[in-house]
Design a protein around this ligand. Structure first.
Ligand code: ATP
Ligand code: MG
Length: 401
């Protein structure tokens, strides 16, 4: 068993080892390496206490990310590495935060506090894989996500782990260990204790998996997104799987049958960013979009006149996924072509502006905007080219207030 280690992470491990500490790669980077995928970040766990890590790398090379939890972020060769002291967590009386953490000397105790066996492995080039719970076999042979220890207890400690179970199942395309899956459903009310921010982070990762539908039981999702309709849910899930791995478009696919009001409430509860919520809500509101039978270019142009290009792209992917109608793909290509040629779809792109209207004798005020909108409509409907002379000529024929 050999892992090709990122050079920065190797340098951090090496420095800790030379100072006499034990240190390992841990968690996601070990899992991803075993699965044959490039890890996003390389986390390190160590016997060194945070003050020792700070002293070893120097304060200027370190960011004290979460000293009380034992985490120091170390800058090394242009990368950032989280270095966390071996620790155990005690007394999750609120179902989300440990009452306190204690630093320990043994990596195995640190691995035991982690959520799933596939996440509870550590690696050091000299010692090889430290895998006390059979994570490697679960990942590569049994192909399951399984809780470390007694599943119900682990979900009681931290309800977020219930959502993480499905997230890792979907991401790694693993089955769920039956006892773990049963406990997750039984304990699902624990999700109610978890902060909205943590829920959305995990839900977004679940929705970014290749085809997450199989790992999205209604009994769980209805707790996260109140307003979901059980009868419509199977169709929503099919649309989710048919969409590219875009969390916002997929969230809109889930919320569309609920309608804008319920969707707005669900989004509020989820506490995603304002921009994310606005985007999803726009998609839900527009999700009745139908093909008109007109030229795709014309219909695409009307969409681009009303909505941001990114929203148009998502909306057309959403409608294609919901209906399976190829016409939406044709609209999407037309919209892409219009963007490519920077075709005029907004007032700001018109070859005339407010000053031109004033020069024509229009009085300053709302009439200026109204005339520009009317000119835009001519261009969008392809009745006029976006050409200054042509537009001025047409504007002169309009009644000037
Ligand atoms: P990703 O590549 O998506 O970041 P990851 O495995 O690194 O995957 P993180 O959420 O970054 O996942 O967590 C890092 C590690 O910390 C996990 O692999 C796991 O060992 C542990 N961990 C994280 N959150 C929890 C939790 N809620 N309960 C128990 N262990 C956790
Ligand atoms: Mg991570």
């Amino acid at each position: 068993m050999h892992i090709a280690i990122d050079p920065g992470a190797a340098a951090v491990l090496d420095a800790l080892h030379r100072a006499g500490h034990r240190a390992y790669l841990v968690g996601g980077c070990v899992r991803d390496s075993l699965a044959g995928r490039a890890p996003q970040d390389w986390d390190i766990c160590t016997s060194a206490r945070p003050d020792q890590t700070l002293a070893l790398f120097g304060e200027t090379q370190c960011i004290p990310t979460g000293l009380q939890h034992g985490t120091v972020t170390v800058r090394q060769g242009g990368g950032l590495y989280e270095v966390t002291t071996f620790r155990v967590e005690k007394g999750y009386t609120d179902g989300r935060h440990p009452d306190h953490v204690a630093f320990v000397a043994d990596v195995k105790a640190d691995l035991a506090r982690r959520d799933f066996t596939i996440n509870a492995m550590a690696y050091d080039p000299a010692e090889g894989l430290i895998d006390p719970f059979g994570g490697r076999e679960d990942l590569l042979v049994r192909r399951v996500v399984r809780a470390v220890g007694e599943p119900a207890r682990r979900f009681e400690e931290d309800g977020l782990r219930i959502l993480r179970l499905y997230r890792f199942g979907a991401r790694e395309e693993l089955a769920l260990d039956p006892a773990t899956a049963r406990a997750a459903l039984q304990e699902r009310a624990r999700l109610g204790c978890v902060s909205a921010e943590r829920i959305w982070q995990e839900l977004a990762k679940l929705l970014a998996a290749r085809q997450p539908g199989r790992w999205m039981p209604f009994a769980i999702l209805e707790l996260l997104l109140p307003g979901l309709d059980g009868a419509q849910y199977p169709g929503s899930i099919r649309a989710v799987d048919a969409l590219p791995p875009d969390p916002l478009a997929r969230l809109a696919a889930l919320l569309a049958p609920a309608g804008p009001e319920k969707a707005a409430r669900a989004l509020e509860k989820l506490r995603c960013s304002r921009a994310e919520a606005a985007e999803v809500l726009a998609l839900v509101k527009e999700s009745g979009l139908a093909l008109t039978g007109e030229a795709p270019r014309l219909q695409a142009r009307r969409l681009l006149a009303r909505l941001d290009p990114g929203t148009v792209r998502r909306l057309l992917a959403l409608r294609q996924a919901q209906t399976g109608e190829k016409g939406f793909a044709a609209l999407a290509s037309a919209a892409a072509a219009l963007e490519q040629e920077q075709a005029c779809c907004r007032v700001g792109q018109l070859a005339v502006n407010g000053r031109d209207l004033l020069a024509l004798g229009v009085r300053p005020g709302p009439a200026v905007g109204r005339l520009l909108s009317a000119a835009l409509e001519q261009v969008v409907e392809e009745k006029l080219p976006n050409d200054r002379a042509a537009l001025l000529g047409w504007l002169r024929t309009q009644q000037i207030p």
